[in-house]
Design a protein around this ligand. Structure first.
Ligand code: AHR
Length: 627
């Protein structure tokens, strides 16, 4: 039972408490929420960072004599590409005909989701060189047996297109296939160069260059109050500052975005989901944007801390783009990109996990860096809430070891369910006069299973309740990470799992959806009459049971069961198989039973069957003698 005394009030609950942390990890953006369907649309992708581009995602389904060659070309003085940010384009040399056309095929991100009645918007850039013929577009099944959509785009001829020209068409599918292919079909003779081939389905809130509606809806249903972006390690990048998120190269027409290697998470990003789109997405979700800036550090390198003015300028320009008037340089750019009203950033985080004790962990003179950013931001935006980094890995009580002013501190916890449950009281003792807390990343990462599980979700939920009780200190919180494309998981667990056509939330996702829907405004006094303790001292009534959860890396946790007055008796014999059910289950054997007048101890031997994630033990009341 729980007694509630509404007259005795505790802290007010932060109305901003629950938000989301978006990072381009596990194909969260390209091949994820960013709705683009063409993989390697600009022919810049290679197998890995540093390797040359290799046409991945693309094939041709014709051979000589209709196809003479399909190769990547690089810019030259004589023949520049579409613009200066393009490093590659595709050049097709064909001798095709209506009866023997050449198809340039794209497989999408592990398939293109063709949906009956859905219209797709195609754009691409082409340059015809001594070419005469047509170009068609189509959506069809991977084995070519079914065509879902086909349309004539244009006739192409070197006489009517001297330079690069943009083409557009609409394809409407008449069948369903989550693994469909896209093709441009050529029936002419000559040479054609292609770049930035893009295909979009309808998007969330019908935004141009927008988001996949089913994935964005999952975020929408969480009612996030803020959205932290663009990472995570994605902010920092790896190997080179070119691989960090540099906001200025992520805005404007998509063909003018260079894209960059997301080395941290092992694939190239188009930056199609760029700074403007992040701000727009936050706005479309009714969430306040929380921007994380790079302080001149990337995984594997840094700009010396006394030379970081260019990084500060980059940050201030980003803020002007988001918040400045249309009369300012970057405010005008925002207006030009379709959003004259300021986006209104109110929270900014200075660095991501950059205040680690060991400088090899992407940290170097963090406080010196922070101070310079702090001064610049505070001077121009006195109301802005500035978030500092504290130790992110391995420290349960990270501290701000500086006198520098800071509004919030970003704590990160990836721990076990037990750790989170025990952290219910973590914030009870935090200094009420100190900085507020932003729990920027947290998730059960130990004993979770690939798809998450109830135990993980419960651990997180208990922790969240502790945050709510202490929401005068904990102002913001966000689970991490959000998304994973099941075809290329780089981090587990993630709360939303998807492929080209389907999406599912883990139990953790549903906790993240549930808690904000029931967020109160103020804590009231609650006396919890520990149900376990009281019940344990009384005999259980039939059908009552106690449940323990175990994982392969921890012991089963039965804290509540400890309280029982165990009844002696033949509970089970050593060596007995307690439970063994079908595929992906565990086998538990009783190894040792020790029963004395006060305690019952049972040691299990567990065998992990393939795919088993853990075990659940249920003690059922049987009668007044046996459990
Ligand atoms: O959430 C995944 C990663 O964990 C983030 O990129 C980083 O901030 C943290 O280390």
């Amino acid at each position: 039972t729980i007694d509630i005394d509404t007259q005795q009030r505790g802290p007010k609950v932060s109305p901003m408490l629950y938000g989301i942390f978006y990072e381009d990890i596990n194909h969260a953006a390209d091949g994820g929420i960013y709705a683009e369907l063409i993989r390697n649309r600009s022919f810049e992708d290679g197998p890995r960072y540093g390797a040359p581009a290799d046409m991945q995602g693309w094939t041709t389904d014709a051979t000589a004599p209709s196809l003479l060659s399909a190769k990547l070309i690089q810019p030259s003085k004589k023949a520049p590409l579409l613009n200066s940010v393009q490093h590659n384009a595709l050049e097709l040399t064909v001798k095709a005909s209506k009866d023997s056309p050449v198809r340039l095929v794209n497989e999408g991100f592990w398939g293109i989701n063709a949906v009956q009645g859905r219209s797709y918007h195609l754009t691409f850039w082409a340059k015809a060189l001594k070419y005469q013929g047509n170009v068609k577009a189509m959506l069809y099944s991977h084995d070519g047996s079914q065509i879902y959509a086909e349309t004539m785009v244009s006739s192409l001829s070197s006489s009517n297109s001297k330079g690069w020209k943009k083409y557009e068409a609409t394809l409407t599918a008449d069948g369903n296939d989550p693994k469909a292919r896209f093709a441009l079909v050529f029936d002419g003779v000559g040479q054609v160069q292609l770049d930035m081939v893009s295909l979009f389905p309808p998007t969330f809130k019908n935004r141009e260059n927008g988001m996949r509606p089913d994935l964005a809806n999952m975020l929408w249903q969480m009612h996030p109050k803020f959205m932290r972006f663009p990472g995570g390690c994605f902010v920092e990048g790896q190997e080179s500052p070119d691989n960090a998120f540099r906001w200025e190269r992520t805005i404007g027409p998509i063909e003018e975005r260079e894209g960059h290697w997301n080395v941290n998470w092992g694939y190239r990003t188009t930056d199609g989901l760029g700074y403007h789109e992040y701000l727009q997405l936050a706005e479309d979700l009714n969430a306040k944007p929380l921007y994380v800036v790079n302080v001149g550090l990337w995984h594997g390198g840094m700009t010396p801390y006394d030379n970081i003015q260019p990084w500060i300028d980059e940050c201030m320009n980003a803020l002007e783009y988001a918040n400045g008037p249309v009369t300012s340089k970057y405010g005008a750019l925002r207006a030009k990109n379709g959003h004259p009203e300021p986006f209104g950033i109110e929270y900014i985080e200075v660095g991501n996990e950059n205040n680690q004790p060991d400088p090899n962990q992407q940290s170097d003179h963090y406080y010196e860096r922070y101070e310079q950013f702090y001064k610049a931001i505070r001077e121009k935006y006195p109301e802005m809430k500035i978030i500092g980094n504290v130790v992110a890995w391995g420290d349960d009580n990270p501290k701000w070891n500086s006198k520098l002013p800071v509004d919030l501190l970003d704590e990160h916890y990836y721990r076990s369910p037990d750790w989170f449950a025990a952290a219910f009281h973590k914030y009870d003792s935090y200094d009420r006069q100190g900085p507020k807390v932003y729990v920027g990343e947290y998730a059960v990462t130990n004993g979770y299973g690939n798809l998450g599980n109830m135990n993980a979700a419960l651990g997180e939920a208990v922790y969240m309740m502790g945050m709510e009780n202490n929401s005068d200190v904990v102002e913001l919180a966000s689970y991490a990470p959000i998304f994973v494309n099941e075809n290329d998981a780089r981090w587990r667990p993630d709360m939303i799992r998807f492929n080209s056509s389907r999406v599912m939330g883990t139990p953790s996702y549903y906790v993240q959806q549930l808690m904000p829907q029931h967020l109160g405004t103020q804590v009231v006094k609650v006396v919890q009459n520990n149900p376990y303790k009281d019940v344990a001292r009384k005999p259980l009534t039939p059908k009552q049971s106690r449940v323990g959860f175990g994982t392969w890396s921890t012991h089963a946790s039965f804290e509540t069961v400890k309280e029982y007055d165990y009844v002696k008796g033949d509970w089970n014999k050593e060596g007995n198989i307690v439970r063994q059910t079908g595929l992906k289950d565990a086998t538990l054997c009783i190894e040792k039973n020790v029963i004395d007048s006060d305690h019952y101890t049972c040691k299990f031997r567990a065998r992990k069957d393939e795919g088993a994630e853990g075990f659940i033990i249920i003690f059922n009341y049987v009668d007044d003698k046996n459990y």
